[in-house]
Design a protein around this ligand. Structure first.
Ligand code: MLT
Length: 262
């Protein structure tokens, strides 16, 4: 699995969403005091498709192997959307490695029966027409209408460079992911939840519900941002992440509650 490893400080493993790559975290490299580990999940970005990927847990196992190889004892896992689903799997299979969690524009629920049906219909389409079908349908929901055209082009390029097999495998894995509400109630590490206030895919209500389930969470709303809130509003997102990581380092256990910004 391809990854980049930059900076020094608290290790944060940034796990991207669908159908994206670690490039969506390019602006998070500006957060100081962090060792930024950024993998491209199999089939995305610079990582080849891996036929062994069938479930979200399989992605999580690849990430845990990377953390082991880098000899990192405890890390903060940060997941954007599908990356959040991978973080939930990591909380199940690698809880001892988890120092903290950053959940960005994601949700803990499983797919509804309709959403699953749509996933399988999309797999059919992708197998016939390629991954750009997904880029066409999802791009308008990734960023707000006021996003600069260069950013929209950049996201389109990221989305269209994913492998067809990788996209199909991820759709299957997401369709079969479990509900993680009970798991969230048991997560004992401090968690930052960030959500774009104009996210049409995982709206603010999803973030608020997760905040109600997690014992130690801070919810931050990123203004004027859609699904890729960390990429569209890096200044606001990075500020929230930096504050969270500072408090984590200081061992501040009083991370409970709502901390609305913007
Ligand atoms: C993502 O951004 O990773 C996807 O929207 C997640 C999903 O389709 O459930």
């Amino acid at each position: 699995m391809f990854y980049t490893d930059q900076g020094a400080g608290t290790p944060v493993v940034w796990i991207h969403g669908f159908p994206l790559s670690s490039r969506v975290f390019q602006r998070q490299l500006e957060i100081p005091g962090v060792r930024h580990v950024m993998p491209d999940l199999p089939g995305f970005g610079r990582s080849a498709h891996d036929p062994g990927i069938a479930t979200v847990d399989d992605y999580a196992r690849r990430v845990r192997t990377l953390v082991d190889e880098l000899d990192l004892q405890r890390v903060v896992f940060a997941g954007l959307s599908m990356g959040g689903y991978v973080c939930f799997a990591l909380a199940r299979i690698a809880a001892e490695r988890m120092e903290g969690l950053i959940l960005i524009d994601t949700r803990e629920t499983a797919d509804t029966p309709e959403a699953r049906k749509d996933r399988f219909a999309t797999i059919e389409k992708v197998s016939r027409q390629g991954g750009s079908v997904v880029a066409d349908s999802m791009l308008p929901k990734m960023l707000t209408r006021s996003a600069p055209p260069e950013l929209v082009d950049d996201v389109r390029t990221i989305m269209t460079s994913c492998s067809r097999e990788g996209v199909m495998a991820a759709l299957r894995a997401m369709a079969d992911r479990p509900d993680s509400a009970d798991l969230l109630r048991r997560i004992q590490v401090p968690t930052l939840i960030a959500v774009g206030d104009e996210d049409p895919i995982t709206p603010k209500a999803d973030a608020e519900r997760m905040a109600g389930l997690l014992p130690q969470s801070t919810l931050v709303t990123i203004p004027r941002a859609a699904h890729l809130s960390n990429l569209e509003r890096p200044r606001e997102f990075n500020e929230a992440a930096r504050n969270f990581l500072n408090r984590l380092r200081a061992g501040d256990q009083r991370l409970h509650g709502s901390d609305q910004s913007g």
